[in-house]
Design a protein around this ligand. Structure first.
Ligand code: BGC
Length: 862
């Protein structure tokens, strides 16, 4: 008989902070450790962590009796810049059996403080302006320096950031594979720095560093008040570089090369113009020339220089063209079959001096030409001029486009392009994909795909409203409604945490939260938008278990609630006019028909309730009590003012959203919830069983109906084919979420170009309910981070199966159900060290199960 030797039962997937595996340039001096337990383990009963810093023992937790295996705070002295950390963990399982030590994990700290920087900010002196049609408008700049090393090295780290955007080459080799790497933060408050290992890029003697800088969000065309051509950017006028290369020699000596006055710079080179909104003009005939000494500034400025706390944007996918059309002579339209965000790579035979032009669009007009009026003032055009005969190979540098179609023109007469001449490069923040949702319904699967593509296209360093027009900003309301869904699809824990940092930086003096973060509109105060400051930390906490998110954002939340309170007249905020229930279908204006006072009252109460719960969780029980009282007093006023004894809305226009807020935000008692449900249902029926909700009401619709015992109605709305509904855009060919349900229709063509994005994730907020109820995988707020979760599928008559999988902080969880042979089969995967409670749709008693795979069978639900 052969004996199988069991695999060593050790912990795996060791991560630090917000799920980083062996990061370089780590940001947190007081890191937290997480790991996953091997399959077959039910539960951890104790853990033991050992940490070495720069090779010396730094912390030994000893055996700690605990079932916590995520986000364990480091117990040693605060880590310092550049330190190299090695750590490992062992555990005892449910039977107190001790595991072996895990394989070691490693990380290295970035530069944590401004005082770590001896570099100076440098920039190219502007060349004398040129005139003429081909004169550069927003040229890139180039900076360079050569230097000598004096012998073999063992380690080299390059620390870098920019006011603007950078691309670096060391000895002709590109450093890293990131784009827009330092990203968009409030540049005068915080600048994210990158750390690269360049040990293998360096020669023992002569070396050259070269940087290309683009204006980017810092100095380029951005927002509305600053159209292209105007010199001032939102944050500054010229891009600048801050760089520090630290080398260790084999003999232990060190050398640092920094950005300083020894560098040379120029604006004279091939990138004539490069702008996030407008595209890039590249003239390959122009070598980088006219090098001059740079301008150097020894003052580092006010901004905190801190290591980037999440993954930069990278090229994630390449999409091939599947069809070329020629609706106008010489203008070839490449269809990539998917609305996406990024750029196209050129690779084709070209002759010297030939100029080709690329224009983009998300949709085509009836005559087959590009529809890009919806880009508004964003030009979104790339041009390329070849220097010589041969093959052109080109990617732009500091721009991105939202498109499905790219139009190529400028080819010699009679030349027809091949499909492989252009390839679409999909760019977004490089976050791990952690969730999938599938079902037996092709339109529902298309909806999920549209949601995921909407997320990909709008997670370009910050969460944006849309990726194509002259906007692409961190609109807080859109983020607020989409955050929970996003956390199912991609591991966006660190992404949101970083953005919340920018929100704290930009909170307005009186406590209002800006409309967009980073703030370039210098305004805020819209209910539902501002409340990103409370809702997002809360969702993040529930789905990751990261209490630090609540601690970090507590003061911001308090300041928001204080502002709402300052607006109160007779117990509720009055006359707070924001964006309303934005884009409610059939409403006469963009802001919808739900009363502004109901919106501000509802969000004030919900934010205060979240604040009270937060206070309780972070150990501020006095505050907790005070805020809970404040919320309950306001609730009382809300109920008295807005509901009659039958639960019908009074003193305001009756809308679906008003009822949804009252119910969904727990503004009314359970008893009143029962009374308001028929009124909500009546409004839906009056609308021929359609939604009449905008950005704020729509995300609540399915959840509230479901909780109110109207799950079937929720499904009826979700599976509705006619306008307005989630499937309506799919029936019009959508491959992403649209800003409006009818941004385009076969019947009526395009909507108003003023507000007509074909890549807007807000209505994708339904994704949360699809995972949580259609497939049935729901977090338990009482045991955040999926330590305990629910399996509670809603078996709808439109489906015969649904499946959700999610890589939780503990490992893979899954919920699958299927109707077959008159039976309902539910398959559940519960990761090690967690439990799940199955709430059966057939009314059977709940059942709680431990880690492992479980199968349940029952008679088909009546
Ligand atoms: C954006 C929205 C945003 C809204 C505020 C629009 O221009 O694209 O998504 O939330 O303004 O009303």
């Amino acid at each position: 008989m052969t004996q199988t030797i069991p695999a060593p039962r050790i912990a795996h997937t060791l991560t630090v902070g917000e799920n980083f595996i062996d990061p370089l340039g780590f940001h947190d001096a007081n890191p937290r450790f997480s790991w996953q337990l091997p399959e077959g383990t039910k539960k951890q009963s104790a853990y033991h962590i050992q940490v070495k810093v720069d090779g010396s023992d730094a912390w030994d937790s000893g055996w700690v009796k605990s079932d916590q295996s995520t986000l364990i705070p480091y117990g040693g002295a605060l880590l310092q810049s550049r330190q190299q950390v090695e750590w490992r963990i062992r555990f005892r399982d449910q039977g107190n059996i001790e595991s072996e030590w895990s394989y070691p994990a490693h990380f290295e700290m970035g530069l944590l403080c401004n005082s770590d920087w001896s570099a100076q900010w440098i920039r190219a002196v502007e060349n004398t302006p040129q005139t003429g049609p081909d004169a550069p408008s927003e040229p890139a700049s180039w900076l360079r320096r050569s230097f000598k090393l004096s012998g073999p090295i063992t380690q080299a780290r390059l620390y870098v950031t920019a006011r603007g955007l950078f691309e670096l080459h060391l000895n002709g080799q590109r450093v890293g594979e990131d784009h827009f790497a330092n990203g968009w933060t409030g540049y005068h408050k915080r600048l994210d720095t990158l750390t690269y290992d360049v040990t293998d890029h360096l020669n023992n003697d002569e070396n050259e560093l070269q940087a290309t800088l683009g204006k980017g969000w810092y100095a380029g065309h951005l927002g509305w008040s600053n159209s292209a051509g105007q010199p001032e950017g939102k944050y500054g006028r010229n891009p600048e570089l801050l760089l520090q290369l630290e080398v260790r020699y084999a003999d232990g000596k060190r050398q640092t090369i920094t950005s300083d006055e020894q560098w040379q710079g120029t604006n004279d080179g091939p990138i004539l113009s490069s702008s996030i909104y407008d595209g890039e003009d590249y003239d390959a005939r122009r070598p980088v020339a006219n090098w001059q000494p740079v301008l150097a500034d020894a003052s580092l400025g006010q901004a905190r220089l801190t290591p980037k706390p999440f993954a930069p944007v990278r090229i994630i996918q390449t999409v091939e063209c599947y069809e070329i059309t020629e609706p106008q002579p010489g203008r070839f339209i490449f269809d990539f079959g998917q609305n996406l965000v990024g750029w196209v790579r050129l690779k084709f035979p070209i002759q010297h001096d030939q100029k080709i032009t690329l224009r983009f669009a998300e949709m085509l007009k009836a005559d087959g030409t590009l529809y890009n009026e919806n880009y508004r003032s964003a030009k979104s055009v790339d041009t390329y001029i070849a220097a010589r005969d041969g093959t052109a190979l080109w990617d732009p540098h500091f721009t991105f486009h939202g498109f499905r179609y790219a139009e190529l023109s400028g080819l010699p007469q009679g030349v027809r392009p091949f499909k492989n001449w252009l390839k679409a490069r999909v760019l977004h923040s490089d976050l791990p994909r952690i969730g999938t949702f599938t079902s037996s319904h092709s339109q529902l699967n298309q909806l999920q795909s549209n949601i995921v593509w909407g997320q990909r296209g709008n997670f370009v360093d910050i969460p944006t409203d849309c990726p194509q027009r002259d906007e692409r900003m961190g609109w807080t309301g859109d983020a607020q409604v989409f955050c929970a869904t996003s956390l199912f699809n991609y591991d966006s824990h660190a992404f949101w945490k970083s953005w919340l940092g920018s929100m704290r930086d930009d909170q307005l003096a009186n406590g209002r939260v800006p409309h967009v973060v980073p703030d370039i509109l210098y305004d805020g105060g819209s209910p539902g938008w501002m409340d990103a400051a409370t809702f997002i930390p809360w969702e993040l906490y529930i789905r990751t278990g990261d209490i630090q998110v609540l601690i970090e954002n507590y003061v911001m939340m308090q300041r928001l609630v204080r502002w709402y309170r300052s607006k109160c007249v007779d117990g509720l905020p009055a006359k707070v006019v924001g964006f309303g229930d934005w884009l409610e279908p059939y409403a006469e204006n963009l802001k919808g028909t739900t009363s502004f006072d109901i919106l501000s009252g509802a969000y004030y109460i919900r934010s205060t309730a979240i604040l009270a719960q937060t206070a309780q969780l972070i150990g501020r029980s006095d505050d907790a009590q005070r805020y809970a009282q404040e919320a309950s007093a306001a609730r009382k006023v809300f109920v008295e003012r807005y509901f009659d004894a039958d639960g019908k809305l009074q003193n305001a226009t009756e809308t679906q959203t008003s009822y949804l807020l009252a119910y969904g935000f727990d503004l009314v008692s359970d008893e009143l919830k029962q009374k308001i449900t028929p009124h909500l249902v009546r409004l839906i029926r009056q609308a021929d069983t359609h939604l009449r909700t905008g950005f704020l009401g729509t995300p609540l619709l399915a959840r509230v109906l479901d909780e109110a015992g109207e799950g079937e109605l929720a499904c009826e709305l979700l599976f509705k084919q006619t306008y307005p509904s989630w499937f309506y855009p799919i029936n019009q060919g959508a491959t992403t979420m649209w800003e409006r349900w009818n941004s385009y229709s076969h019947e009526n063509g395009f909507g108003d170009v003023g507000m007509n994005s074909f890549n807007h994730y807000a209505y994708g907020a339904i994704g949360q309910w699809m995972y949580e109820r259609i497939a049935g995988l729901s977090p338990d707020p009482a045991h955040p981070g999926y330590k305990h979760f629910f399996i509670r599928p809603l078996i709808s008559k439109q489906l015969t199966s649904a499946n959700a999988q999610l890589l939780t902080p503990y490992g893979k969880a899954a919920s699958t159900w299927e109707l077959a042979d008159g039976k309902l089969v539910i398959n559940v995967t519960v990761p090690a060290n967690t439990t799940a409670t199955i709430q059966f749709p057939d009314g059977r008693a709940d059942q709680t199960v431990e880690a492992g795979n479980h199968r349940f069978e029952s008679k088909r639900q009546a």
